[in-house]
Design a binder for this molecule. Structure first.
Ligand code: SF4
Length: 263
């Protein structure tokens, strides 16, 4: 059964579902349009994955502070984790797995807040499906891309419904809404307050991964690598369907993050 079929079956059975919306959603949806659409589809609660990203940030900052000599590479990017596992297992010890990815941290918040509800991640990434099914089966997540959500919304004649201005995220978090573009983790976690610029590397794009690992190996000054596999970050993930350029997608995310009405 495909993930689309799985979601349709869950909706038909009126299962208790929580939608976890990735912070790249403003590229394709307005706010609160996304909440209206997901609630119309049958989700009882709709939460922002930026809430889990806050937990990720706290854990990363704690790791770096607790171990002043330590060196870490971020692990929220499911593709980069798989790249290291298969091509460079010698770097696995540097991946900051002690910090959950935003998707995983949000699923834990959902299980705590809404016991017996199933978390459904909706975002830009195809490889997150593997992170959910292979690495965290106990969290019972279903993962859909925005493209897949669009397909279901179209089938149910919900893709053009108007936003209800009273709709709101049931759990939200402001400062981490900048997470989906390169450097989002670094700039929202406060680590610049205790790490120097030359101790941090911010990288995106699979073509840059090899050179980054080489530099990390050679330059021991680098304590922290914030890395995403897609060029520009998750805003350029394969599950996004948008004619916008990467800079324009970033602008959309920043506009939402900076708008006080969304706080
Ligand atoms: S950067 Fe790309 S591959 Fe990595 S988590 Fe984001 S969308 Fe997925």
């Amino acid at each position: 059964m495909t993930d689309i079929e799985q979601l349709k079956t869950l909706l038909e059975k009126k299962e208790h579902l929580v939608a976890m919306v990735a912070p790249s959603f403003p590229i394709m949806y307005g706010y609160p349009e996304i909440v209206t659409k997901l609630k119309a589809l049958g989700f009882e609660y709709v939460v922002e994955v930026s809430a889990g990203a806050k937990k990720t940030n706290e854990a990363v900052a704690k790791l770096l502070k607790a171990n002043p000599e330590s060196r870490f590479i971020t692990s929220p990017c499911a593709s980069f984790v798989r790249y290291v596992r298969t091509k460079h297992p010698e770097f696995l010890k540097y991946l900051a797995f002690q910090a959950d990815s935003p998707m995983v941290a949000t699923a834990k918040i959902v299980h705590e807040t809404y016991p017996d509800y199933k978390p459904v991640f909706i975002g830009p990434c195809v490889v997150k499906k593997l992170e959910a099914s292979e690495d965290y089966p106990e969290l019972n997540m279903l993962v859909l891309t925005y493209r897949e959500l669009e397909q279901i919304l179209k089938e149910k004649n919900l893709s053009t419904i108007a936003a209800n201005p009273n709709d709101k995220f049931d759990i939200s978090e402001g400062p981490t809404r900048i997470y989906p573009f390169d450097g989002g983790l670094t700039e929202s976690s406060g680590i610049r307050s205790f790490l120097k610029d030359d101790e941090i590397r911010i990288i995106s794009g699979y073509k840059n991964c090899e050179a980054t690992l080489k530099e990390f190996e050679e330059n021991k000054k680098i304590r922290f690598v914030d890395i995403l596999f897609c060029e520009g970050g998750c805003i350029n993930g394969p599950g996004v369907s948008s004619p916008l350029s990467v800079p324009d997608r970033k602008k959309k995310v920043l506009e939402y993050a900076g708008s006080s009405k969304n706080a």
